[in-house]
Write a protein that binds this ligand. Structure first.
Ligand code: GDP
Ligand code: MG
Length: 177
């Protein structure tokens, strides 16, 4: 199917941010195309992918932006954040540093994005439980303190990917409708 003849009620722009190699591109590939690659190259070129789905009986086109390998603070331009109504801050739960950087990504985001943006932190690679370096409680605590949504996912095993995107889209819908 396509978007032909389909009435779109809303277009929601969501940005993916977080350190390099945490799995942003694979989360997007899993959500938009149900694909996954273990040897994914550093993201080049592709700006965003879309997926159209129903949220509370409305047709919502999610337009999800992926950083083109600019995963350093201040390298992500304001054009990237412009118009975004949602943001997913992704860390790798086997890499403590990628979680410790969440505060800086959040600061970046709050400096550039709309103040009503819905933010979710994602602890990706939950399939690698034996290598876990970030306790779930640490992330929960951070999310509560900063008033963010939080979920652990695996792009590899498809765990919670759909659910994370649906949660953020539903919350955005709730706010703007
Ligand atoms: P990005 O730089 O944040 O876009 O990260 P990528 O999506 O390119 O992923 C970086 C590496 O982690 C790649 O080798 C992926 O295959 C791998 N990866 C991504 N998501 C997962 C996951 O959920 N589980 C595991 N085990 N590996 C993952
Ligand atoms: Mg990438």
């Amino acid at each position: 199917y396509g978007d032909y003849n389909q009435k779109i009620d809303y277009v929601f722009k969501i940005v993916l941010i977080g350190d390099s190699a945490v799995g942003k591109s694979q989360l997007l590939a899993r959500f938009a195309r149900n694909e996954f690659s273990l040897d994914s190259k550093a993201t080049i070129g592709v700006e965003f992918q879309t997926k159209t789905l129903l949220v509370d009986n409305r047709t919502v086109k999610a337009q999800i932006w992926d950083t083109a390998g600019q995963e350093r603070y201040r390298a992500v331009t304001s054009a990237y954040y412009r118009g975004a109504v949602g943001a997913m801050l992704v860390y790798d739960l086997t890499k403590r540093q990628s979680f410790d950087h969440m505060a800086r990504w959040l600061e970046e985001l709050r400096g550039h994005a709309d103040k009503n943006i819905v933010i979710m932190i994602i602890g990706n690679k939950c399939d690698l439980g034996s290598l876990r370096a970030v306790p779930v409680e640490d992330a929960q605590e951070f999310a509560e303190r900063e008033n963010l949504f939080f979920m652990e996912t695996s792009a590899l095993q498809s765990t919670n990917v759909e659910s994370a995107f649906m949660t953020i889209l539903t919350e955005i819908y709730r706010i703007i409708s």
